[in-house]
Design a protein around this ligand. Sequence first.
Ligand SMILES: NC(=O)c1ccc[n+]([C@@H]2O[C@H](COP(=O)([O-])OP(=O)(O)OC[C@H]3O[C@@H](n4cnc5c(N)ncnc54)[C@H](OP(=O)(O)O)[C@@H]3O)[C@@H](O)[C@H]2O)c1
Length: 264
Amino acid sequence: MNQEKRGVALVTGATSGIGEAYARRLAAEGYDLMLVARRGELLESLAQELAEKQGISVDTIVVDLASEDEIKKLASKVREMEPLSMLVNNAGFALRGKFAKSDIDRQVDMIMVHDVASVRLTHAALPGMIAAGRGAIINVASIVGLLAWPGGSKTYGGSKAFLVNFSDGLQQEVAGKGIKVQVLCPGFVRTAFHENMGEKMSSIPGFLWMRPEMVVDASLKALKRKKTIFVPGKRYRLIVFVSRLIPGSLMRVISKMVRKSTRK
Ligand SMILES: NC(=O)c1ccc[n+]([C@@H]2O[C@H](COP(=O)([O-])OP(=O)(O)OC[C@H]3O[C@@H](n4cnc5c(N)ncnc54)[C@H](OP(=O)(O)O)[C@@H]3O)[C@@H](O)[C@H]2O)c1
C-alpha cells in the first residue's frame, strides 16, 4: 500500500490495454483515480481491486466519449471538482477499410473520442491546474500521428496527428506554469485494439510489439524529463527518424505492404 497521496488522476479508456496499465501504475504511485469508459462492470471491478490493494479512492464514470453531450457532462464535473493532478486522454479505437465505403458516423465517433473529448477535458482541467501551479496532461496518440503514413485509416492517422499538433502547441502555451503536456506516440502495443479493429497481426514481428506496462513506464519516465512528443521504444524512435529521411513514394510502398500483411 502506498501512503503518499498525489491528488486525482483521470484516465479515459481505463477498462483495457494502455488505459488500464496507466490506472494500475498511477494507483501504485498513490494517485486517487477517476476511471472513465463505457463498460461499467469492468470499471467497477478494477476500481474495487485498486482501492483495496493500494488504499486509494477510485471513482468510476461510465461515459461514451463518442457522444458530445456525455463529454460535456464529464468536462463540467472536471471543472467543478478539485484540480486534477493528471489527465490521461487515452480512450480510442480504429477502423479498417476504405473511407469512401465506411460508415461515416463511426468515422465521426472516432474524431469525437480521440480529439473532441481530449480537447474538452483538457480545457476543463487546465484552469484548476494553472491555479494550482501543477499538473500533467498525457494525450495518447500513435506513431501514425507522426509518420507521413499514406493509406491506412485516414481518420485515425488524422485524428492522432491532430493530438500531436494540439499537445505541442499547448505545451508552449503552459510553459512556466508548472504543467507538463505529453503526447504519447506508441507503435504496436499488445492490447485488444487490433482485434477490435479486425486486423490479423500475426505477420507483425515480435520485436515490434510492446506491452502496455512498458509503454506506460516509458511515458511516465519521459514526463519527468518534460518530453512533449514522446515515442516509446528505441526501435520506434529509429523508425520515425528514418521515415523522415526517405521519400514519400517509398513510404507509400512500405505502408501498402504492411496493410496487405495485416488484412484478414
Ligand atoms: N494498441 C496499439 O497498438 C496502439 C498503438 C498506438 C496507439 N494506440 C492508442 O492507445 C489508446 C488505447 O488503446 P489500447 O491499445 O489500449 O486499446 P484497447 O485495449 O482496445 O482499449 C481502448 C479503450 O478505449 C475505451 N473506449 C473506446 N471507445 C470509447 C468510447 N466511445 N467511450 C469511452 N471509452 C472508449 C475502451 O473502453 P470501453 O470499451 O469500456 O468503452 C478501452 O478501455 C488508443 O487511443 C489507441 O489509439 C494503441
